[in-house]
Design a binder for this molecule. Structure first.
Ligand code: COA
Length: 338
């Protein structure tokens, strides 16, 4: 007998910028090929903010608005806004504050969560606790990323991986067996340097002279771009996402046979396939949008969830397993009955 969930998903939404960047576009600016990217990662194109002038909060607002409408609510019904992002509009106030302003969600408390690609799962876990406290009813949980603002277009090992976008859900108290049945979040700070962008903040672990050297001849500030040791990240990601899936199922008191749909974080098709194989979910039950969106970090799962619902791939009553992994390292999983 599965546990009674505390929160359920009342609505979903997403937003993608219009401009596309294809593998062929990358072939023109760096030594790479459509063949390599397709084989090693599985991405064909990504959506990018480009010259649209949009910010992270603009994308988050659009996804949030769609989720609120889908839930049949108004912005004034929302009493908390959580934005998971590692590409905030500015140091402070939070990106969520601008979402609150844009939506006119005047009854909400708004703040950001920073847990890289696992951010939306961290946000959902926080929302569960807030609703369980009895002090909050309708919470907007958004993942929104302007990752191309941190992309080093001289580094073929990272540039081809990332895209921009946002996804959102509205959660509310669960009324029956539907909702978030299990969750798990974890991190390992010892591995921060394997995937990070260390520009901007107040860290003092580099001497000024070292920092100055970080600005290269072409003027690119190496501190404000994504640095990654792809191979090590890959291996850890597979292990951590499997652990997330298993722990979330354990928390939900269900087994692999109960899973209708798997929505893994969209980082690499080979990672997705490895997770699906390990948790024994057949290919037709795995949601993938990486091919045409790239890795949108904290936005990837809520975007995939909204698309899958609207396409009829996720139906009422389905049990979803989601799992993510990201910089930190952070990782986590959820089991949600729709
Ligand atoms: N096009 C062509 N060649 C590329 C390339 C590209 N875009 N990127 C890297 N290469 C080359 C490397 O320069 C290297 O060449 P060399 O052997 O001549 O030195 C070769 O491919 C192998 O590089 P390596 O980095 O060891 O490859 P890999 O097997 O680790 O694959 C990734 C690279 C990025 C596909 C893989 O590491 C990965 O997906 N990691 C996880 C990244 C991720 O998902 N991060 C976000 C987590 S949320």
């Amino acid at each position: 007998m599965a546990k009674q969930p505390k929160i359920m998903i009342a609505g979903t939404g997403h937003f993608l910028p219009e401009q596309r960047m294809t593998n062929q576009d990358f072939e023109k600016i760096m030594d790479t090929s459509d063949e390599w990217i397709t084989k090693m990662v599985g991405i064909k194109e990504r959506r990018i903010i480009g010259d649209s002038g949009l910010s992270t909060s603009d994308m988050a607002t659009a996804a949030g608005k769609a989720a609120i409408e889908d839930a049949g609510l108004t912005a004034e019904d929302i009493d908390a806004i959580i934005v998971a992002t590692v590409t905030p509009d500015m140091n402070f106030p939070s990106t969520a504050i601008f979402v609150q302003k844009n939506l006119g969600a005047k009854n909400a408390a708004a703040f950001d969560v920073s847990a890289a690609c696992t951010g939306w799962i961290y946000g959902m876990t926080l929302a569960e606790g807030m609703i369980a406290s009895g002090k909050f009813k309708n919470i907007l949980v958004i993942g929104a990323e302007f990752l191309t603002s941190l992309t080093d277009y001289t580094d073929r090992g990272t540039a081809v991986l990332f895209g921009d976008g946002s996804g959102a859900v509205v959660v509310k108290p669960s009324e029956d067996e539907k909702g978030m049945m299990g969750s798990y979040i974890k991190s390992n700070g010892d591995l921060a340097e394997l995937l990070w962008s260390y520009g901007g903040g107040t860290h003092k672990n580099k001497k000024v002279t070292d920092q100055e050297k970080m600005v290269d001849e072409s003027g690119i500030d190496k501190r404000s771009i994504i640095k990654m040791e792809g191979n090590k990240v890959y291996k850890y990601a597979v292990r951590a996402m499997i652990e997330s899936a298993e722990k979330a199922m354990e928390d939900a008191e269900i087994t692999e046979e109960d899973i209708d749909i798997l929505i893994p974080h969209q980082a690499n098709l080979r990672i997705i396939d490895a997770i699906a194989k390990r948790v024994n979910v057949s290919d037709d039950k795995v949601i993938r949008n990486l091919q045409y969106l790239g890795n949108t970090s904290s936005a990837s799962i809520p975007i995939a969830l909204d698309q899958a619902r609207k396409e009829g791939k996720v139906k009422d009553g389905d049990t979803l397993l989601v799992a993510a992994f990201g910089g930190g390292f952070t990782w986590g999983g959820l089991v949600i009955k729709m």
